[in-house]
Design a protein around this ligand. Structure first.
Ligand code: OAD
Length: 241
């Protein structure tokens, strides 16, 4: 069995990181304008403002700790081996809490806040401290060419070939803590449904139309994800026996 897992900001909410949207209207994009802070044009017009915003996001992401949802997913992925099964973990999150919980081969389709990229030589490098308009690229020595390794609005998500292949080979797709607002990730669940792949949604509240959701767990990720992992392993175990 192959399981495709898509995570969003909701899985990191209980680690203290802001979501972008929520029903209380206090998500990041309710307080800030994404067009001033998360587009290539915004970076060209006001790089200081964009870097200040992303520096703060990086500081918070570095200070956060994985929560029981991240830890359960990492253990779940390891347990699958015993049942000749596997999963692909795709995240829209730019934090590295999945990795710090022990997950490997995580696909960060919207980039990673703890990496920076040189706009001159395109080299990607680790970055855990603030970037400024005078940061030097350690690869090509250019000054002022570094940007966060993030996918901004209007840019192409990363590793779409691997994502599309993995989705097409899956038996089950699970979404965790995503509002299903930003494409292409927002369309994965209906793509899966159209191909006859089973679907499951884990969220505080329903984000997708119930016509595309076969199974659901509604509540905090820190409770629902460990519960889903236990249920799913029990189901696979029963199938194998
Ligand atoms: P959103 O902020 O749009 O949605 C967060 C979802 O998590 C909502 O549906 C909440 O109900 C849910 N949620 C909040 N707290 C939760 C909890 N404790 N347990 C379970 N669920 C919870 O986040 P994404 O869908 O990830 O893109 O946003 C997608 C993209 O929009 C982001 O990657 C980012 C943003 O603009 C870029 O920056 C390109």
């Amino acid at each position: 069995m192959h399981i495709f897992i898509l995570t969003g900001a909701g899985i990191s909410a209980e680690s203290g990181l802001d979501t972008f949207r929520n029903s209380k209207s206090d998500g990041l994009w309710c307080r800030y304008d994404p067009f001033e802070l998360a587009t290539p044009e915004a970076f060209r017009i006001n790089p200081e403002l964009v870097l200040e915003f992303t520096n703060e996001l990086r500081r918070r992401a570095c200070a956060a700790r994985p929560n029981p949802a991240h830890l359960a997913l990492s253990d779940f992925a390891k347990s699958l081996v015993e049942f000749a099964s596997s999963c692909t973990l795709v995240t829209q999150n730019v934090d590295d809490l999945h990795e710090r919980a022990g997950a490997t081969n995580v696909i960060h389709m919207h980039g990673e806040i703890s990496k920076a990229r040189c706009t001159k030589c395109e080299a990607v490098q680790p970055c855990r401290s603030d970037l400024s308009t005078s940061t030097r690229c350690v690869h090509c020595d250019e000054v002022g060419s570094m940007r966060p390794h993030l996918v901004w609005f209007g840019e192409m998500p990363l590793r779409m070939d691997a994502i599309t292949k993995s989705l097409s080979e899956s038996d089950l797709l699970v979404t965790i803590g995503t509002s299903g607002t930003v494409y292409p990730a927002a369309g994965f669940i209906s793509d899966a449904k159209n191909r006859g792949i089973k679907t499951c949604e884990i969220n505080l509240e329903p984000a997708f139309d119930k016509s595309v959701v076969d199974k659901s767990y509604y509540g905090p990720a820190s409770e629902c994800v460990p519960m889903w992992c236990r249920d799913q392993l029990a189901e696979i175990r029963a199938l194998m026996s």
